[in-house]
Write a new protein. Sequence first.
Length: 72
Amino acid sequence: MLWPDPAQRDRLVEIRDNLLARIAEAEREGWLGEVEGLQMSLAGAEEKLTQIDRRSSVVVDLGVPVRRTPSS
């Protein structure tokens, strides 16, 4: 599975906000087919943001590596 790059979170927020504005415009103009397509894109953008937020909250402590010497 491909994961979205956390460094691109701000760009995804910008895309989501733009999609919301475009959906509002399409609803005002009565472009129902356009609304449906934009809502699908919006769902994808929101899912990617959720993935970024979920992954960035998980921290795994792997500890400090210890070098082992062969026993004599």
